[in-house]
Design a protein around this ligand. Structure first.
Ligand SMILES: Nc1ncnc2c1ncn2[C@@H]1O[C@H](COP(=O)(O)OP(=O)(O)OP(=O)(O)O)[C@@H](O)[C@H]1O
Ligand SMILES: [Mg+2]
Length: 456
C-alpha cells in the first residue's frame, strides 16, 4: 500500500512537471530562430536611425483565451505548425495564445479585464521565444516545433515616431480581406519584382475591438534569402556597408540604393497597384524590404508587408470579383475618379550622412519615373498621361501624386480589372485584351509533367 502511494505520488509529480513544462517552459528549447530571421531582427532593432532596441531573445508572455470567446479568420492553407503554435487543446477546449507585447503597459490590461469579466484565468503564461522589431510586430519562435512567424497586437510603445498604436479587430478584418484577395490572385499573375509577406491569420476580441495579426516570414526561416528593411538600407552605417559590399564607392551609396531599393520598389508598386488598385496610405520605409541573396546581393525583388492601411481605387475594384471588399473599408480611403499615391523612404526617419536633400528629392522623381514607365506597360495607359500629373515633394518626407482616373485610357484599364486578377474575361464578359492576358501565369503541362517525372 505504501509502495502504491509513493508510486502514485511520483506519477502525480511527473504529470505536474510535464504540465509545467508546456505552460512555463524553463528548459533550453529544441528550436531556435533561423540565421536569416535573426539577421532580420538585428536589422529591425539595430539598423534604424530612429529606433535602437535590443535584439536579445525575450521569454514573451501571453494570455490563454478560449477560442469560443474570440473571432477568427484564417486561410485553410495556413501552415499547421503555425496553427498549432497559436491554438491548442486543454481540458477538451481549444485555447488561443494571445500575445502580450512585452513593452505594452496599457492595451493588454483591457484584454485582462475582458478575461476577468468572463471568469477566465487571466494569469499571463510563457511559451514563445520572441524578438522585438522596429514596429508593433514581434518575431516569435515556437520552441517545441520550430515555427518562426511574426505576430502583432496593440502596444503603447514601439520604436520610431508613432508609438502608441492599438491593433483593432476592425482593422484586422480589413487586413484579412486584402490578404485573401492577394493570396488568390498572386499565383495567377506574373510578378517579376513583387514579393508579399502575407497575413494568413487574424484573431479578434469583438467586445473590446482588439485584434492579433499573424504574418508569414516566407522562406526566411529556411535561410534562402535575406530581407533587409528599407530603413536599414538607408541607415548611415549598415546601408553604406551593404552597398560597399556590392561594389559601391563612398560617393555612390545613395545611387546604389536608388538603383537597388527605390527603382525596384517603384516596379513592385506598379505590379501591386495594377493588380489591386491599392496604394499604401503610409508608404514609409518600415513597410518595404529589399530581398538579398545569400551573398547579400540585391535580387531585384522587393518585399511588401503590412498591407492593411491603404487607399483603394473603387473604379478598379468594382470591376473585379472582390468589389464587396470596399464595403468593409476604412472611411475616406475608398476613392472614385482619383487615386492618392505617395512614397517616403525617410518619412519619420533621420537621413544618413551620405544622402543630401537634393538626392532625396531625386529619389522621389526617380520613383515616379520608374513607376509610371512600368505601370504604363502593364496598364496600357500612356506614360505621357501619367507624367503630366504634378508631384509634390517634401524633403525627407513624402513625395505625392494624385492621379485622376477619369480619362478614356484609365477607364479602359479599370474596365478590364478582372483580367489583372488572372480572370480570362472582364466582369462584363468581354475577353481580356492580349496586353493583360499576357500577364497571366500559364501552366505549361509539358514542363509540369517533366518536373513531376524528374522529381520521382
Ligand atoms: N524608420 C521607420 N519608419 C517608419 N516607421 C518606423 C520606423 N522605425 C520604427 N517605426 C515604427 O514602426 C511602426 C510603423 O507603423 P505601421 O502602422 O506601418 O506598422 P505596424 O502596423 O505597427 O507594424 P508592421 O509594419 O510590422 O505590421 C510605427 O510604430 C513606427 O513608430
Ligand atoms: Mg508597418
Amino acid at each position: 500500500m505504501k509502495n502504491l502511494k509513493s508510486t502514485l505520488l511520483l506519477f502525480t509529480l511527473l504529470a505536474l512537471t510535464s504540465c509545467q513544462t508546456s505552460s512555463y517552459r524553463n528548459v533550453a528549447s529544441d528550436h531556435h530562430i533561423s540565421n536569416n530571421v535573426h539577421q532580420l531582427v538585428s536589422w529591425e532593432t539595430g539598423a534604424n536611425a530612429v529606433s535602437k532596441r535590443s535584439n536579445e531573445i525575450i521569454r514573451v508572455e501571453h494570455y490563454e483565451i478560449p477560442l469560443r470567446l474570440l473571432q477568427r479568420d484564417f486561410d485553410d492553407s495556413l501552415d499547421p505548425q503555425i496553427k498549432s503554435s497559436l491554438m491548442f487543446k486543454k481540458n477538451n477546449e481549444t485555447y488561443v495564445r494571445w500575445l502580450i507585447n512585452p513593452e505594452d503597459s496599457k492595451w493588454h490590461l483591457e484584454v485582462k479585464a475582458f478575461l476577468e469579466k468572463h471568469n477566465v484565468d487571466s494569469t499571463p503564461k510563457k511559451f514563445f521565444d520572441g524578438y522585438l522589431t522596429a514596429s508593433r510586430s514581434m518575431i516569435l519562435v515556437n520552441p517545441e516545433n520550430g515555427a518562426n512567424f511574426s505576430l502583432k497586437v496593440s502596444t503603447n510603445l514601439t520604436g520610431g515616431n508613432w508609438t502608441d498604436k492599438k491593433q483593432t479587430w476592425k482593422d484586422a478584418q480589413q487586413v484579412r480581406n486584402i490578404n485573401k484577395w492577394v493570396h488568390e490572385i498572386l499565383p495567377k499573375m506574373k510578378s517579376e519584382t513583387l514579393v508579399v509577406m502575407e497575413e494568413p491569420l487574424a484573431m479578434g476580441i469583438k467586445e473590446i475591438d482588439h485584434g492579433m495579426i499573424m504574418r508569414s516570414l516566407n522562406n526566411l526561416p529556411e535561410d534562402k534569402f535575406f530581407y533587409l528593411p528599407a530603413f536599414s538600407a538607408l541607415h548611415d552605417e549598415e546601408g553604406a556597408r551593404i552597398a560597399k559590399l556590392n561594389g559601391a564607392t563612398e560617393h555612390g551609396i545613395a545611387n546604389f540604393w536608388d538603383k537597388h531599393l527605390n527603382q525596384p520598389l517603384a516596379n513592385a508598386m506598379a505590379e501591386y497597384f495594377s493588380m489591386t488598385g491599392m496604394w499604401y496610405d503610409s508608404p514609409h520605409a518600415q513597410n518595404f524590404l529589399v530581398e538579398l541573396d545569400r551573398d547579400m546581393k540585391p535580387t531585384g525583388r522587393i518585399v511588401l508587408r503590412d498591407l492593411g492601411d491603404a487607399y483603394i481605387l473603387d473604379d478598379f475594384v468594382k470591376n473585379t470579383k472582390w468589389a464587396w471588399i470596399t464595403s468593409h473599408w476604412e472611411d475616406g480611403k475608398v476613392q472614385t475618379g482619383k487615386i492618392n499615391t505617395g512614397i517616403g523612404l525617410l518619412k519619420g526617419n533621420t537621413p544618413p550622412k551620405w544622402m543630401s536633400g537634393l538626392e532625396y528629392k531625386e529619389f522621389g522623381w526617380n520613383f515616379y519615373r520608374t513607376f509610371e514607365k512600368r505601370f504604363s506597360e502593364l496598364s496600357g495607359i500612356p506614360q505621357t498621361e501619367l507624367t503630366k500629373t504634378d508631384s509634390k515633394e517634401i524633403i525627407f518626407d513624402y513625395s505625392k501624386k494624385v492621379y485622376p482616373t477619369t480619362s478614356e485610357a484609365w477607364k479602359k484599364f479599370t474596365r478590364f480589372a478582372a483580367c489583372m486578377n488572372g480572370e480570362a474575361q472582364a466582369l462584363s464578359g468581354e475577353k481580356c485584351l492580349e496586353l493583360y492576358e499576357k500577364r497571366h501565369v500559364k501552366i505549361d503541362c509539358m514542363k509540369a509533367a517533366t518536373a513531376i517525372i524528374n522529381a520521382r
